[in-house]
Design a protein around this ligand. Structure first.
Ligand code: C2E
Ligand code: MG
Ligand code: MG
Length: 711
């Protein structure tokens, strides 16, 4: 091992002492250090050396001719000497020893009474202490400066006694006068909000144990007026040579006064403060590979509905409650993350405005940890909210981007978390998604589709296909289900499953849905007029839940019927089980009104949801459509056979008509007939067809027999 050289200057007017000291230090057996001793014998030389301050340690004789060691020591310190000065005294100079230490000497040794070991140890310890002291002094100066600038309150905590010095500014921030609060740790901790105290205590412990580079923590603190103020504390532990902290100093900032950084409603950090903190994380990741963080972008799924239907005051109350739950679940997650990865973490929950929140979480290394946190958040939001005597439910879509060196700026990582959020929403809400490289492309495709869809109606790219519905016993045509298609100029024919969800999310489903009703009604009216034997045929139109949630729907239907002149009894509406239950009240009243006109209501995809029979019974219904998943494989002895049979019996009990969807084989047909199912549709008879083909069918005299003779 390479030994380090310690440069020692002996200031002594006695040449013998120099020889003794040099030979003592030459004998030192320290595997890490060796000593090189220079000697100066007069006052002026010593002062020159202090000016340069190029030695590691000074040994100074107390008796320097006509100068006394104490005066030289004071002069040296006034010159700004940073290195330790050890005083060498003669026998019996006891008071001098004490004075020397008080004046700032690092140590004192009695001449003639020290061995090489003692001398070596004294030098080594003096050097260690003096570095430490310099660091402390620097940090104190830093804090004092920062505190002056930021108008913050200082604190200085002595760990052995739990005494804390609080500056007058610290107390004033809480509304107390200089002498009012006791200088005890308890004074601080007892005023911290009960929901924040564990988190604060934890952060303090971690910093004291050396698990974090500095303390930086936000919490709410009780002020004299009984209000909680949001505070930020920063601090640094001072440690001894073995790394044990014995003191911690820092400052506290009153964040509630920094209005520009906090959201007025929730008091959470706002977008600009979030940007500031995220920026720190992005920059830190660039030079500290081990550092890890993630950004969560969160959007409530049904907030607009709460705001629109229950009013803004309720909306605000919900946002407040959501922010509290977010903070709470992150603090819970925080300990989980640390436990798992043995690293530190801190978090910022910010409100970006509206129902958008962003979270910066440090200590997240991978997808698994991020998803665990997202699940925790979702779990906490899934519990009912009790606001002003009402019970409410909400959920959130969460997009996650994991911090990487490649993120050059805040905007990059936020964009990715936003894309991930969008993807989570597109996959069906109340979900979370972690950003991946392919997501960008997929979202671009989807966004392009969304843009195109906005003009599809005006450009007449939407079309209705009609799928025949037949009487199973006779194969006679009884009507059609109108199914939408999008004839995209570049992408070709797009199926409703690929664009109806987008239409629902963007609200485009409202104009599109109305167009479908009007188009189907006028088409049927035309066929009735053109083909006399088709005058009993009906048409079914699918309704989305978004349409049903609008009070306007009934009036629109009335208008369409009057414009087209179609008898309402030929117009059927299909509503899925989940739609029916999602907006049960409004769905029920609208569908009742629609039925009172003479239209019929069908429950679509029956069996896939979880309708309770009692609720179904109270719904305004005429027809049950058995979902094709049951029909498709109900012959193979699986439980589907039983389900189909049960649905048919249920319908008979409730006096409902039954239509089986997705009949593809002759065997399925025979079985359904045997079970007493009267109506059906499926590829066995005909797939959904465009108008031209349906017209060909209707033009033939015995159309039913011709087309469906094979069955
Ligand atoms: P849906 O209402 O359950 O429609 C039945 C779907 O099953 C149609 O798919 C139809 O083409 C398909 N199908 C019919 N017979 C068979 C068969 O024998 N085998 C198989 N494998 N499939 C069969 P499509 O046309 O792709 O429509 C999908 C869904 O899109 C519809 O399910 C409906 O929920 C929705 N949809 C279609 N048009 C509209 C519309 O105008 N408005 C709204 N809101 N939703 C629509
Ligand atoms: Mg349908
Ligand atoms: Mg269906």
């Amino acid at each position: 091992m390479k030994r380090e050289c310690v440069n020692v200057l002996l200031i002594d007017d006695d040449a013998d002492d120099y020889l003794i000291t040099e030979s003592l230090l030459a004998d030192v057996k320290n595997p890490r250090l060796y000593f090189k001793v220079d000697w100066c014998s007069d006052y002026h030389e010593a002062i020159q050396a202090f000016h340069k301050d190029s030695y590691d340690v000074y040994l100074m004789d107390y008796h320097m001719g006509r100068y006394n060691g104490l005066d030289i020591l004071k002069e040296a310190l006034a010159l700004g000497v940073q290195k330790p000065i050890i005083m060498l005294t003669g026998l019996g100079d006891v008071e001098i020893d004490t004075k020397a230490i008080q004046a700032g000497a690092a140590d004192y040794l009695v001449k003639g009474q020290f061995s090489e070991d003692l001398l070596e140890r004294s030098i080594r310890h003096a050097m260690e202490r003096s570095q430490m002291q310099r660091a402390l002094k620097e940090s104190e100066e830093r804090y004092a400066l920062a505190a002056k600038g930021a108008n913050d309150g200082l604190w200085d905590w002595k760990l052995s006694t739990d005494e804390i010095y609080f500056s007058s500014r610290w107390k004033a921030m809480l509304g107390f006068a200089e002498l009012e609060l006791e200088n005890k740790l308890e004074t601080w901790l007892s005023r911290i909000h009960p929901d924040d105290i564990n988190w604060v205590q934890d952060a303090l412990d971690r910093h004291l144990k050396g698990e974090s580079n500095q303390l930086e923590i936000e919490y709410r603190m009780l002020a004299q007026d009984g209000q909680y103020r949001r505070m930020l504390a920063r601090g640094l532990a001072v440690r001894n040579a073995s790394g044990t902290a014995y003191r911690m100093t820092g400052w506290q900032t009153d964040l509630s006064t920094r209005v520009a950084s906090y959201d007025a409603l929730t008091s959470l950090p706002n977008r600009s403060l979030f940007f500031e903190r995220l920026n720190r994380a992005v920059e830190r990741k660039k030079w500290e590979d081990q550092f890890s963080y993630a950004v969560f972008f969160l959007d409530l799924d049904s907030f607009k509905m709460v705001n629109d239907s229950l009013g803004h005051a309720m909306g605000d109350a919900l946002l407040l409650e959501v922010s509290a739950r977010l903070e709470h679940s992150l603090r819970a997650s925080d300990s989980f993350i640390r436990f798992k990865h043995e690293s530190l973490s801190s978090s910022t929950v910010a409100r970006f405005g509206g129902d958008e929140f962003a979270i910066l979480l440090e200590g997240i290394h991978d997808h698994e940890a991020a998803c665990k946190v997202a699940e925790r958040i979702q779990q906490s939001l899934s519990q009912p909210f009790y606001l002003e005597g009402q019970q409410l439910f909400t959920s959130a879509s969460i997009g996650i981007a994991i911090g990487q060196e490649k993120y050059h700026c805040v905007e990059d990582i936020l964009r990715d978390s936003d894309i991930a959020m969008y993807s989570a929403k597109a996959n069906g809400k109340a979900r979370h998604a972690v950003f991946d490289a392919g997501m960008h492309g997929r979202i671009k495709v989807r966004l392009a589709l969304e843009t195109d869809l906005r003009s599809a109606l005006a450009k007449q790219e939407l079309k209705l296909y009609y799928q025949p519905i037949v009487e199973l016993e006779s194969s006679k045509l009884v009507g059609f289900e109108a199914l939408i298609r999008w004839q995209h100029p570049e992408k070709g024919l797009i199926s409703p499953d690929a664009f109806i969800p987008i239409a629902e999310e963007t609200g485009l489903i409202i104009p599109i849905g109305l167009w479908v009703i009007e188009e189907a009604a006028s088409q049927l009216k035309t066929w009735h007029a053109k083909h006399p034997h088709s005058k009993d045929l009906s048409v079914s139109v699918n309704l989305s839940s978004k349409q049903l949630a609008k009070h306007q729907l009934f009036d629109d239907i009335v208008n369409i019927l009057s414009r087209t002149g179609l008898d309402p009894k030929f117009l059927n509406f299909e509503v899925t089980e989940s739609t029916m239950l999602e907006h049960a009240d409004i769905a029920k009243s609208t569908l009742e009104q629609v039925r009172s006109l003479g239209c019929r209501v069908k429950i679509d995809d029956f069996g896939t949801g979880y309708s309770s029979l009692s609720r179904l019974h109270s719904m305004p219904l005429d027809v049950l459509k058995i979902d094709r998943s049951f029909v498709m494989n109900f012959l193979d002895g699986s439980e589907n056979a039983g389900i189909v049979e049960t649905i048919i019996r249920l319908a008979q009990t409730l006096k409902l008509e039954v239509v089986a969807e997705g009949i593809e084989t002759h065997d399925q047909l025979l079985r359904l007939r045997a079970l007493g199912c009267r109506l059906g549709q499926g590829y066995l008879f005909a797939s959904p067809k465009e108008v031209k083909l349906i017209e060909q069918l209707l033009s033939s005299d015995s159309f039913a027999m011709q087309v469906f003779s094979k069955v």
